[in-house]
Design a binder for this molecule. Structure first.
Ligand code: FES
Length: 119
């Protein structure tokens, strides 16, 4: 029998979209923010929680005005305006501690209730 493989505890989807040079539209990755994914990955590695926590690079998550953003699943927790300091606190309090960091979540007017697709 195959040994049981636990599902990940968390997925962290980090937007890694950058706008082409000269594009006026904001995007999550620019010169100032380009090392945030590596910072997150290293932090998970140092804490020995890579595996149960999966950090995934994604393209645009549709909240470019609020970037850099990343979404923590389960729960659809969208964190906005990220910095290294915020990532530290999110890893410590949400990922390890289990309590989302409310003050770093995207403001409610940008993250309303999902539309119900059922007829
Ligand atoms: S570029 Fe990151 S949400 Fe659009």
């Amino acid at each position: 029998m195959m040994p049981q493989m636990p599902q990940p505890t968390f997925y962290i989807f980090k937007c890694e979209q950058s706008a082409p040079p000269g594009m006026p539209k904001p995007s999550c990755v620019n010169e100032q923010t380009q090392d945030l994914f590596n910072y997150l990955a290293q932090s998970l590695m140092q804490k020995g929680i890579m595996g149960p926590v999966q950090a995934i690079r994604t393209s645009c998550l549709g909240r470019c005005q609020m970037g850099p953003v990343m979404m923590v699943e389960p729960g659809h927790y969208m964190y906005s305006n990220l910095s290294k300091e915020k990532i530290d606190k999110i890893v410590q309090e949400h990922i390890i501690g289990g309590t989302p960091v409310q003050e770093y979540l995207i403001p409610e007017q940008f993250w309303g209730e999902p539309i119900n697709l059922a007829q």
